[in-house]
Design a protein around this ligand. Structure first.
Ligand code: ZN
Ligand code: ZN
Length: 318
């Protein structure tokens, strides 16, 4: 009896010592000593109910994956999204030296996707799914979080700014061509994986008066002239006839899906055709799903969309 107990203890000890090492090794990463995190709970400002809620990090990440990516996506794409969401969240955590949500100083993060990161409760997510799929989808979301437990993305030992978008439309974009700062790991990469996205291309028709109004230009002065495009075809700078604005601003004012846009002008109507959906920097979500369906893993996906990064394990308290 004693011998048997001793054997069980020995097996448990070996598992305890060897398993974590194997997990880290299989991810090609290393323990990160300079990132101190103790995020057992996270404070979240729910912008819909306007209340501050706290919850364990793992539960929060499930709500982010459910809100940011369709549950129908391949499990490896969902796992990539979980790693990206964990990285983004830990970088914001006040307990680990992050800035928190600057709109709501009492919160680490808010649920407004235009400011911090989308999040949904399990119940709200399930309400959008067919009844007979609700259990399967939620299990899949939980699996994506637990199978990537503790994994984050770093560049030169620091957590990356893990930005992502829906559909790049053939190529992601250099950070400085969308915003102003050049980030070493946010480089334009070719993406042949998002062609099946329902958001790949769109045509929007607007009258000249509507265009002038949206751009804030008197109709008589409206004269759109693109000054600079990126190597992937997105507008960097454009003259509206009144002022020079960035491609991101142009896209925002006109309510277009992408700054990779061309148009035809016929008499008093503009017909804008966009390719892709979102700012196109970092991970392409539909591309992630396309890669996963071709057999690539979550780590392959991350390595494709974030140049030269490492996926490492940190103690998150999950
Ligand atoms: Zn926020
Ligand atoms: Zn793509």
């Amino acid at each position: 009896m004693l011998k048997k107990t001793g054997l069980v203890l020995l097996v448990m000890l070996v598992l305890l010592l060897i398993l974590p090492a194997l997990i880290v090794k299989s991810c090609g990463g290393r323990i990160l000593p300079d990132v101190k995190v103790d995020p057992i709970t996270i404070s979240v400002w729910n912008h819909k109910t306007e209340e501050l809620i706290t919850m364990p990090l793992g539960e929060y990440l499930g709500g982010v994956v459910a809100a940011e990516m369709p549950a129908q996506f391949h499990i490896e794409a969902l796992k990539a999204q979980a790693i990206v969401a964990r990285t983004y969240t830990i970088a914001k955590l006040r307990a680990s030296g992050g800035g928190g949500c600057n709109r709501h100083p009492e919160a680490d993060i808010c649920t407004d996707h235009t400011h911090c990161q989308a999040w949904t409760s399990k119940e709200a997510a399930a309400a959008n799914w067919p009844f007979f799929r609700q259990r399967t989808y939620w299990r899949k979301i939980v699996r994506a979080v637990t199978e990537t437990q503790n994994l984050v993305i770093t560049f030169e030992g620091k957590l990356i700014d893990a930005v992502y978008h829906s559909t790049c439309g053939g190529s992601t974009e250099n950070s400085e061509d969308v915003w102003s700062n050049k980030v070493a790991y946010l480089r334009a990469v070719q993406c042949d994986y998002c062609r099946f996205s329902p958001r790949y291309t769109e045509t929007v028709r607007l009258t000249a008066a509507e265009v002038a109004d949206k751009l804030g230009v008197p109709l008589a002065e409206l004269k759109i002239n693109v000054l600079e495009r990126s190597s992937t075809g997105r507008i960097i700078n454009v003259n509206t006839g009144k002022e020079i604005i960035r491609g991101l601003e142009f896209r925002g004012r006109l309510g277009l899906r992408s700054s990779k846009v061309s148009w035809l002008q016929e008499e008093e109507e503009y017909s804008f055709t966009t390719v892709g959906y979102g700012h196109a920097v970092g991970m392409c979500q539909y591309g992630a799903d396309g890669m996963a369906r071709q057999g690539y893993t979550a780590l392959d996906i991350i390595g494709t969309y974030y140049t030269g990064v490492q996926v490492v394990s940190v103690q998150t308290g999950e």
